[in-house]
Structure formats: C-alpha cells, structure tokens
Design a protein around this ligand. Structure first.
Ligand SMILES: [Zn+2]
Length: 474
C-alpha cells in the first residue's frame, strides 16, 4: 500500500513540480518588476511611491486571503507603515508561538545627480526579499494545516532610514501581546543575486539545533553562527537585541548596492525560486519542532548593555626582581604571586577596557638579604581580543597600574640603604589565550618610579608571571 502511494506521489510530484516551479518563478518576477517600476519612484519611506508599494503588497496578500494589518507609525512628523500578515495555526499547544519572517520594502527613492533625476529602484535591495515574503505568505496561508506554530510575515517600512519600521514593530508587536512569543525571526534582505553561489545565512548559533534546522541538500548554504559585521545590519537587529533568535538571509552585496543600476532585469529569479522553496521548508520544519528554544548566545553587538560588562578572577605566579641602575649592589630574582578580580567593558568585539584590583606578595633579593612586600595593584588596560574559533581566542592586554605598598619586611642591615616609597606606577603587558571561560598566559610588570627614597640606589620593580584567568560571565 505504502509503496503504491509513494509511486503515485512520485509521479504526481514529477508531473506537477516543473509547472509549479515555473509558476512561482513567474510570480516572483512579476512582484519584483512591479515593486521596481519607475511609477513607485524608488519606494522611499514616507513618500507617495512608498505608499504605492505598500498598497500593492496589501492588495496582493488580500487577494490570496491572507489576514493583514497596516501598522502605521509616526517618525519625525511623517507616517510610515509596516504591512503585517498573520497566518494562524489551529494547533492547541503551539498556536500562540510565532515564527516571524521579515523583509523591508522601502528603498532610497529619487535623487538628483548632476541635474538629472535618478530613480533608485532597489531590485535586489529589497524588492527581492519583499517578493519572497509575499510568496511565502500566499503559500503559508494555503498550507495552514501544515503549521503548528503560527506565522507572522512583516514587510517593514523605513529600513533604509535606520531600521525605523522594524524597531517600531519590535516595541509594538501587534497583533501578539508579548514579543517573546516570537521564537524565531528570519530576515530577508537582498536575496536576488544567488547566481549559483551559496546562500549566506547568519545567526544560527542563536537557536538550539540551528545547524540542523537550517541545513539543506537542495541549496548551497554558507551558514555562520553569528552576524558580527556592523555593515550587514538590517531589520533582524532589533529582534536579536531582544535575544530572540534572529537569522539573516542574503545573497550578499554582489548587486550594484545602493546604486541606480540595481534593477529588476539583473535579478536571478531561478535563484529566488530556490531560496523561496528553501525558506518555506525551513519554516514548516521550525513550525513543527516540538521545542524551539534560544541558545542564550548572541553576537557581541546584539548583547544587552548588561552583557557588555564582564567580570573575571585572576591569579598569577612567577619571578620578581628589583633592578638597580647604579649603586653598589645588584638585585637577584625572587618570586611574586598575586590574586585579584577585574571588570571588563566590551566596547566592541575586538576591543575592551579592563580595570582590576589585585593583592600581590613578592620577595626580592639583594646582597644584604631579602625583602618581602605586600602590595595592592590597580591595573587598567586596553584589551585587544581576537577570536580564533568560536570559543578560543587570543587577548593582547596592555596598560598601566597604580601600586600601593601595604606592608613590608626587610633586614635591618638593608634599611640603611633602602627606604621604600609607598606608591608606584608602572606598565603592564600580557598575552593571554582564551579557551571557553578560562584564559592562560604570561604577564609582565615594569615599575616606572624609583622605589627607593633612600640614599644610593635607584630601584625599579619588575615581575614576569604565568597567569590564569576565569571569566565569570562570558
Ligand atoms: Zn536592504
């Protein structure tokens, strides 16, 4: 029985699918050409061309029986409008969870170039994403019975003005009450130039099982766990910043990016067709996953402010000495060990600032005997962090320190020649290998002040230690 069914299915698929494919490619082409026609004047946000584009999207979706809302918003005395389409599932348990698909429909409008008016039609950016979004809405509405989680599709306005529409939606996620009912956000921006290349996907590390969810044997994929680049910012950012797993899908910036030449004739419609089918499959799969959960991880630039500050503990052990520049005695190596904590402000992915507090105990030797000191250190450093792999990286840490002597012990014979100044300032330099929550490396200190208020010798302190670090929240 099942064999016969499989064969019948196969014959049906083989006979239907080429026509379906052709149909979908034609629909995508028609939508891109319409959105890029000169009468829409480059779909600039808050312009009459933008309103025309919005009305076209609405009427197309209404014809396909998709439930839509026009979500109007005000921005510096102008009115923008997101088009929100909702495909509700009937599943008792999961229908209140949502998968959001987004694409911005606005572009740059008309500009004056050397006395000529030039229309920026924005075919790849982002009539392509809008067309796939519209087609997905039509197909999801038709295939509602296949859904467990519900689907929201949003054509965002005013992305080019600074992600205005998507930010508004993320603050007012009509028609749902809580933004965190959205379990997955998929953003389409510039998806018209596949041309046999791999489809670029980033952010799959934000969701548990992201790799399995987004893998496919039907289309070439280049999947990254996180989107770190500030140059590929788009509507997913506002959602990623709310720690909602947010996936960026694009064919890259191969098209004439933000140029008037970005036209509908150059688009790869076969590629768009394949992308549309791929996202359809992923969304149906995600909609039916028993659990769709955030991994709790995100790109540094999407971390909340509180995550930008990390704390750590450190300890080191090594050698210490007093350096004599003139005088009649020489210093010999002793030892030093210290322990402390630090706070680090991760300003960028590659650059952080660190301040700490450490207690150091050191022993240094000179001809008259040995001296023990306990010091408080306040190091402040610049941290250059380079990720080598997901959880492995290299840190270069350099900066300065302030030291205060807490107590000291020296033989009375030494006291004739040495009288220690209570404070020192100096330079630090460390190299550290980061593996997960730990860091291992070497650290050097070099004191700049003469420690000796006493008679003959000029003394500078230095130490070189092996260091271990534990990051409490990384
Ligand atoms: Zn764009």
């Amino acid at each position: 029985m099942s064999k016969i069914r499989t064969i019948v299915c196969l014959i049906l698929c083989l006979s239907i699918s080429p026509t379906l494919k052709a149909q979908q490619t034609d629909i995508l082409r028609k939508d891109v050409f319409t959105l890029c026609s000169d009468s829409l004047e480059g779909r600039k946000a808050f312009s009459s061309g933008g309103v025309k584009a919005m009305n076209y999207i609405c009427s197309e979706l209404q014809q396909a029986d998709v439930n839509i809302y026009r979500q109007k918003f005000k921005y510096s005395n102008q009115i923008g409008c997101n088009v929100v389409a909702v495909v509700e599932s009937d599943d008792k348990e999961l229908k209140d969870e949502y998968i959001l698909i987004g694409a911005h429909y606005d572009h740059l409008g008309i500009k004056n170039k050397q006395g000529k008016t030039v229309i920026y039609n924005g075919a790849d950016d982002n009539a392509s994403g809008t067309a796939i979004l519209m087609q997905l809405a039509r197909r999801m509405q038709k295939d509602r019975h296949l859904l467990k989680r519900s689907i929201i599709l949003v054509a965002f306005d005013a992305e080019e003005e600074g992600l205005i529409g998507s930010r508004y939606f993320s603050e007012n996620p009509m028609p749902i009450s809580d933004i965190h009912q959205i379990k997955l956000m998929i953003n389409l921006d510039m998806v018209g130039w596949l041309k046999d290349d791999a489809l670029k996907i980033s952010g799959i590390g934000m969701i548990e099982n992201g790799k399995t969810l987004f893998e496919s044997d039907k289309i070439k994929i280049n999947a990254k766990r996180f989107d770190h680049s500030m140059f590929t910012d788009s509507d997913f950012s506002c959602f990623a910043k709310k720690q909602i797993p947010s996936i960026s899908i694009t064919t890259g910036t191969k098209s004439p990016y933000h140029k008037p030449e970005d036209d509908a004739e150059l688009i790869d419609y076969q590629g768009m067709n394949d992308i549309c089918n791929y996202i359809y499959d992923v969304v149906i799969k995600a909609s039916n996953e028993p659990v769709l959960k955030s991994s709790g991880k995100s790109a540094t630039r999407h971390k909340q402010k509180s995550d930008m500050v990390s704390f750590g503990l450190n300890a080191s052990i090594g050698s210490a000495r007093q350096n004599y520049h003139f005088g009649n005695v020489t210093g010999r190596n002793g030892y030093a060990f210290d322990a402390g904590l630090f706070m680090q402000y991760n300003k960028y992915r590659f650059l952080a600032f660190r301040i700490g507090a450490e207690i150091e105990r050191n022993l240094t030797k000179r001809i008259e005997g040995q001296m023990m000191m306990t010091n408080l250190y306040i190091p402040f450093s610049i941290v250059l962090q380079s990720p080598l792999q997901e959880s492995i990286g290299l840190n270069l840490i350099f900066g300065g320190y302030f030291a205060n002597n807490l107590c000291m012990d020296m033989p009375s014979e030494m006291e004739k020649n040495v009288s220690i100044r209570p404070n020192d300032i100096g330079l630090t330099f460390s190299v550290e290998m980061r593996i997960g929550s730990f860091g291992f490396g070497v650290s050097n200190r070099y004191g700049l002040l003469n420690m000796n208020k006493g008679s003959l010798d000029r003394i500078n302190y230095s130490s070189g230690t092996f260091r271990i670090v534990y990051y409490i929240n990384r």
